[in-house]
Ligand binder design. Structure first.
Ligand SMILES: Cc1cc2nc3c(=O)[nH]c(=O)nc-3n(C[C@H](O)[C@H](O)[C@H](O)COP(=O)(O)OP(=O)(O)OC[C@H]3O[C@@H](n4cnc5c(N)ncnc54)[C@H](O)[C@@H]3O)c2cc1C
Length: 426
C-alpha cells in the first residue's frame, strides 16, 4: 500500500526527501511557509543579477551533492572557485594569505613557510611537534579548538583556526564539536599518525583539490530543480502554507489538521528558537582597487581587528567566474556580520575600505539580508530531515535526507501502515 507523506518545510532537506519518495512512487505533500521553496538556499537580486542570498557553495566531501546535481541534469554547471588563497585580517590590522595546505586553518604542513608567516616562527615550531606526538594525543578533545591546541599548540588556534572557524562558522573554535567541523578528522589522526597528516589526507581526497564547488548561475538553482523534479514525479508542493503544530501523527496547516506520516523539515515549531543572527551585505561596486583581487577570494577577520565589524568578506567576482562574467567592469563583494548592522550598506562600504586599504569609488547596489540559524534538535520524537537533525551545510543536509528517504522507503515496503494514510479534518 502507498499512502501520503506530509513534509513540513520546503528547504533543501524537505525537497530532497520529497523528490526521492515521489520518484519511488510514494504520494508526497510539502507545506512551505514562504512563497518560494529553498529556505536558506535563495536568490537575491543585486545590480540586476541573481546572486545567492545565503549558501553559495557545497562541500565536495562524499560527492553526495555533486551526484544529486548531476541527477538533476546540471553536472556541466558544477563550477569550482578560484584557487587563489583567502586572506586573514589580523588583530593588528595587517593581512596575510592563509596557508594553502590547510583545512579550517589547520595546517596540512606545519613546516611550510606560509604557516610561519601567519603565526610566527615560535608557534610554527610548536605546531611541528604534532608530527612527533603519539596519535592518541587529542583523541579525547570534544571541540576542534581543543584538538588543535593539544596537538599543534595555542598559536595555531589563536592565529589560524580561531579566526578561520569564526569566519566560516560564526562560532568559536572551542565551541565547535570536532566531528561537525571536519567529519572523520579524529579517525584520520589515528590512521595517519598526526593532525597534519590527517588534514593533508583529507585535502588529497577532495576532488580536483577543491573542497567546495558551486553551480553556475547560483546554488539557488538547486531547490528549483529539486522541486520541479519532485512535482514531475507526482509530489504536491504548496507554498505560502504555514505549519502551526506538528506531532508524529499529524500536523496543522492554516487551522486544518492533517493526519498521516509526518516528516519535519523545519525547526521545531513547539520549541523557542534562540538561533544565532547572521547578516550578509552584498555590494556591487566600482572599485578599480579590486581588479587585481588584492585579497584573493576573500578575507576572514580576527575578532579584535580594529575598525572593522564584519567577520568575513567574500570577493564574489574573484571567487566565481560566472559572477565576474555577469558583472563586467564591476565587482561584487559580500560581507558577513554576526549582528544586524544599523546602516548595513554604509557599514559594509566602510569595512570594505578598511579591509582593502583603499576606498570604494562608487556603490552601484547594496542588499542586506538577515538570517536566523536554527539550533540542532536533540530529541525530535519523529522523523526529521534538514540541518536541525543532519547538521549544517548542504553536504550534511543532502546526505542525511537521502538516508532518511531510504529508511522510510524500506519501512514502507515491509509495513502496510507506514507511511500512514493522510486524512484532512476541519
Ligand atoms: C548565510 C548563510 C550562508 C550559508 N552558506 C552555506 C554554504 O555556502 N554552503 C553550505 O553547504 N551551506 C551553507 N549554509 C547552510 C545551508 O544553507 C543550510 O544548512 C541548509 O540550506 C539547510 O537546509 P534545511 O532544509 O535544513 O533548512 P532551511 O533551508 O531553513 O529550510 C526549512 C524550510 O522550512 C520552512 N519553514 C519554517 N517554518 C515553517 C512553518 N512553520 N511552516 C512551513 N514551513 C516552514 C522555511 O521557510 C524553509 O523553507 C548557509 C546558511 C546561511 C544562513
Amino acid at each position: 500500500m502507498t499512502s501520503e507523506v506530509l513534509i513540513a518545510g520546503g528547504g533543501v532537506g524537505g525537497l530532497v526527501l520529497a523528490r526521492r519518495l515521489a520518484l519511488a512512487g510514494r504520494p508526497v505533500r510539502v507545506f512551505e511557509r514562504a512563497d518560494r521553496v529553498g529556505g536558506q538556499v535563495a536568490p537575491i537580486r543585486v545590480a540586476g543579477v541573481d546572486l545567492d542570498a545565503a549558501a553559495e557553495s557545497f562541500a565536495t566531501r562524499g560527492g553526495v551533492v555533486a551526484a544529486l546535481v548531476a541527477e538533476l541534469g546540471m553536472a556541466d554547471d558544477i563550477v569550482t572557485p578560484s584557487p587563489a588563497p583567502a586572506w586573514l585580517h589580523r588583530s593588528d590590522g595587517t593581512a596575510v594569505p592563509l596557508p594553502s595546505t590547510g583545512i579550517l586553518g589547520i595546517p596540512g604542513d606545519p613546516a611550510a613557510r606560509d604557516v610561519a608567516r601567519v603565526i610566527g616562527r615560535r608557534a610554527a615550531m610548536r605546531a611541528r611537534l604534532d608530527l612527533l606526538l603519539p596519535a592518541e594525543v587529542g583523541q579525547d578533545a570534544a571541540t576542534l579548538g581543543a584538538l588543535v591546541r593539544a596537538r599543534m599548540g595555542a598559536g595555531v588556534v589563536d592565529g589560524l583556526v580561531g579566526p578561520v572557524v569564526r569566519g566560516v562558522h560564526s562560532r568559536d573554535a572551542d565551541d565547535v564539536p570536532v566531528e561537525s567541523a571536519v567529519p572523520g578528522l579524529r579517525a584520520r589522526v589515528l590512521a595517519h599518525g598526526s593532525l597534519a597528516a590527517a588534514v593533508a589526507s583529507l585535502r588529497a581526497a577532495a576532488p580536483a583539490g577543491s573542497q567546495v564547488a558551486g553551480i553556475r548561475g547560483g546554488m539557488h538553482r538547486l531547490p528549483h530543480a529539486l522541486a520541479a523534479d519532485a512535482v514531475a514525479a507526482g509530489a504536491r508542493i504548496e507554498t505560502g502554507r504555514v505549519v502551526e503544530d506538528i506531532t508524529a501523527d499529524g500536523l496543522t496547516v492554516d487551522g486544518v489538521r492533517a493526519r498521516g506520516h509526518v516528516v519535519r523539515a523545519m525547526p521545531d515549531p513547539n520549541r523557542e528558537q534562540a538561533g544565532r543572527v547572521l547578516t550578509l551585505v552584498t555590494l556591487v561596486v566600482d572599485a578599480p582597487a579590486l581588479d587585481r583581487a588584492p585579497r584573493g577570494t576573500g578575507i576572514l577577520v580576527a575578532p579584535d581587528a580594529p575598525g572593522v565589524t564584519a567577520r568575513a568578506l567574500t570577493h564574489l567576482t574573484a571567487k566565481w567566474s560566472w559572477i565576474a562574467d555577469a558583472l563586467p567592469g564591476r565587482h561584487a563583494v559580500r560581507l558577513s556580520y554576526d549582528c544586524e548592522p544599523a546602516d548595513a550598506a554604509t557599514t559594509a562600504a566602510r569595512d570594505l575600505g578598511v579591509l582593502l586599504g583603499a576606498p570604494v569609488v562608487e556603490i552601484e547596489d547594496a542588499v542586506a539580508i538577515t538570517w536566523r540559524r536554527a539550533e540542532r534538535d536533540e530529541a525530535p520524537g519523529m522523523p526529521v530531515v534538514g540541518e536541525t537533525a543532519g547538521g549544517t551545510g548542504l553536504a550534511a543536509v543532502v546526505g542525511h535526507a537521502e538516508g532518511v528517504a531510504r529508511t522510510l522507503l524500506d519501512a514502507s515496503s515491509t509495513s502496510p501502515d507506514a507511511p500512514g494514510r493522510e486524512r484532512m479534518e476541519p
